[in-house]
Ligand binder design. Structure first.
Ligand code: UDX
Length: 458
């Protein structure tokens, strides 16, 4: 078993650290935030992630994981130091590497043994070469330090599972020593390992994420066309999915991808290409489609309603996907300000994301509109004039079509996640618009109700 230090305790760093401890390594997680360190020591996870807290408590009790702000003691005699700090997007689309540089400098000043520095953060191709050079330049002691790339593919909400049962581990190294050490560190996971050079490993991360983003944008583009030609995007996706070359995942049309990876990594790769004088047209198209898609429902509703002024608007779901309290690049962040600007009185429901949303939009008056957070879906729907579904939380999916009809003042639903079958909404008498599918228009609702009445009469 090895002595591992992990720099950064966000999604990537903390989950990696806990999982390395779980398979038996001795792990120290380093963070600059003392209060966060104390919270973690008390067994509380600073992020909402299924199963993480249990593993933190179990491995802390077993003495296999600890948390500290004292990077020197953590790095001094580590066999490997994993870097999992953020690389946030800058206004021009490039990645901000200042956190990585800070950690690299601290490593150079601290290590007293030969050690492998493993970059887990997503970084532009060639960054690991620079990190290695940077560490060499500032190295205080006469020891061997090499840098390896080991990109992370976990999805939020299933991060622990994704790490312990990853479909592949990518390792990018420039020496046999580094390759063998990384292989040994991952041996207890018993997972397929793909070993390539450093630059290819860096590229695999971007190429994978951007391909998935492209897949989603492609389906959203097709969805918009489906609406125009009278096809149903869900049926189209189903038909496509039987072709093993296409596969059956990530074909769900909706209100665009959000989160910490796809938006950032698409822009970053486009930027990298530009720097090399190349235009990455496919990825650029994925970005453009996604930007438009996020406000697709708002645009549809604006045409139908003319104004939101004074309307009670139910917003179901705020996070960029279910299973996380993360709001980064969520469609709600685009749509809520547009609705508030128009004077809407929003009643928002999200099982875990509301707290974070209050930091951007506190409860109360916002210009002409207002923001109220409710802890129950039905409370949001009560007397609403219109409802927007932004996140497919289980609690939202559990709302039956009849409830919209019963609770809302006017049962008008804009579903960004295609949760309901068209027929069931029509039968319930709900005016319903979703993505890439036939709309249940006001007239159709009226008509179906008339038919119902006639059926009763006869
Ligand atoms: C993603 C990748 O899945 C992961 O491998 C990578 O390491 C980080 O980025 P994450 O951002 O946590 O993970 O979430 P993911 O489940 O991939 O969803 C991203 C976004 O795409 C969400 O907004 C989701 O709603 C959207 N999405 C996903 C679709 O709109 N349609 C789909 O079919 C799938």
């Amino acid at each position: 078993m090895y002595k591992i230090a992990v720099a950064g305790t966000g999604y990537v760093g903390l989950v990696a650290g806990v999982c390395f401890a779980e398979v038996g390594h001795q792990v120290t997680c380093v963070d600059i935030d003392e209060s966060k360190v104390n919270v973690m020591k008390s067994g509380v996870s600073p992020i909402y992630e299924t199963g993480l807290e249990e593993l933190m408590q179990k491995n802390y009790a077993a003495g296999r994981i600890d948390y500290t702000t004292d990077y020197k003691s953590a790095y001094r005699d580590a066999d490997a130091i994993f870097i999992g700090v953020g690389t946030p997007e800058q206004p021009d689309g490039s990645a901000n590497l200042s956190y990585i540089a800070t950690v690299a400098r601290q490593i150079a000043e601290s290590v007293e043994n030969d050690c492998l520095v493993v970059v887990k953060s997503t970084v532009p191709v060639g960054t690991n070469d620079k990190v290695e050079q940077f560490i060499q330049d500032f190295l205080v002691n006469d020891v061997k330090v090499e840098v390896a790339s080991n990109p992370e593919f976990l999805a939020q909400g299933s991060a622990v599972h994704d790490t312990l049962h990853a479909e592949r581990i990518i390792i990018g190294t420039e020496s046999k020593w580094a390759e063998e050490l990384l292989m040994k560190l991952y041996e207890p996971f018993n997972l397929p390992i793909v070993s390539v050079n450093r630059r290819s490993a860096e590229m695999i991360k971007y190429a994978s994420n951007d391909f998935l983003a492209l897949k989603i944008s492609y389906m959203n583009d097709i969805a918009n066309l489906c609406e125009l030609v009278g096809a149903d995007v869900q049926d189209v996706a189903k038909g496509m999915s039987y072709d093993a070359r296409i596969g059956n995942k990530f074909l769900n049309a909706g209100i665009g991808y959000g989160g910490s990876c796809f938006p950032k990594d698409t822009k970053a790769l486009e930027y990298i290409a530009k720097q090399h004088g190349y235009e990455l047209r496919t990825v650029k198209a994925a970005i453009d489609v996604n930007t438009d898609q996020k406000t697709m429902l708002y645009k549809k509703a604006s045409k139908r309603l003319i104004t939101f002024n004074g309307l009670k608007v139910a917003v179901l779901g705020l996070t960029f996907k279910p299973g996380t309290d993360d709001l980064r690049e969520a469609a709600s962040l685009e749509n809520v300000p547009l609705l508030l600007e128009q004077g809407a009185d929003i009643y928002a429901y999200d099982p875990v994301g509301a707290d974070n949303f209050t930091k951007v939009h506190p409860e109360g008056q916002h210009g002409k509109g207002s923001m109220t957070y409710v802890s129950d879906v039905e409370e949001a729907l009560k007397d609403a004039n219109v409802c927007f579904i932004f996140t497919e939380w289980g609690e939202v999916k559990a709302v039956t079509p009849g409830k919209y009809k019963e609770l809302m003042r006017t049962p008008l639903v804009y579903d960004g996640r295609n949760i309901y079958r068209i027929e069931e909404m029509q039968e319930a008498g709900v005016e319903y618009r979703s993505i890439g599918r036939k709309a249940v228009e006001r007239e159709v609702v009226k008509e179906s109700r008339n038919l119902e009445l006639q059926a009763v009469r006869f």
